[in-house]
Write a protein of this length. Sequence first.
Length: 340
Amino acid sequence: MLASASRQVRQPRLARGISQVLADPMAWNQAPAVVTTLPNGVRVATKEAFSETTTVGVYLDAGVRNETKDNQGATYLLEQLALTGTAKRPAAKLESEIESMGAALDLSYGREHSSFTMNVFNKDLAQGVDILADLVTAPAVASLEKEKGNILRKLAETEKPTRAVIDDRLHACAFRDYSLGFSTVGPFDGIENLTQAHLKQYVDANYTADKMVIAASGGMKHEELVKLAEKAFGGVKAGPPVIGQTKPYFCGAELLYRNDEMGPLAYISVGWEAVPWKSPDAVTFMVMQSIIGSYKKNTGLVPGTISGNRVINAVSNKMGVGCAEEFECFMRFYKDTGMF
């Protein structure tokens, strides 16, 4: 009986020890993530790996949500202007410099975050960081008047993916009274009236040190990236103290748009208010998204009609021919809210 009690006491302690060991990155032969905060507030995070290349990026806590009614569309204009070069590097020079390095550049402007990422050889890390710093700290705002006509023409003529438009309109309906519901694909009210001053005001207010993270993974050294970051981003000023924001009110409503030119299919999106990133239930929603899954007719290795996923199977076999061409379960996390 004493031996049995002893085993009952010791087993949980052993389980905790194993869990702690497996949670340690070194248990999987991985270097731990190292974070350093520069004097001006910029955070530098690295994770070393055995590789000939390094992926380095600048991530900003700024996006469409940081716009106001006066500068709505500023994020889209900055995204398009980034393709025309920077104040120091015209488009041709920027393109040739990246190609000569054998590097890859990716830009992303979202609702809450913006990112500038490069994949470079380890020996070109310094040049890559300098290019990223140029894109972030010296955007081609002065080229707005020259490029505005082409940008607006492209906006009007380019056909946006239906999936992106549906998601955009769903946000506009659910968060109609807040900037989180501003459009990311257009059209943008008053974008033709935005000036260089509007863009500069947006950049100065949001591209600040306290909203900036420089992260890298690959064959670089943490100390090396910190020195490069200090040189390239050490002069970035911190923003004013953050004023508390009101949580966006999720408005239950319905938005219908009829367009007979879109063919015989109807595109439907339904969203419920969910939880923010840091909520304990965030993982639960991720699991729910994965369980429900996604489906596209006549694609994939396993036909939907014999899929083990009950949702996919039911959709594929409804009325004998299926009730949908495709579906996707999505989850959007934000700072203080979410949409499922």
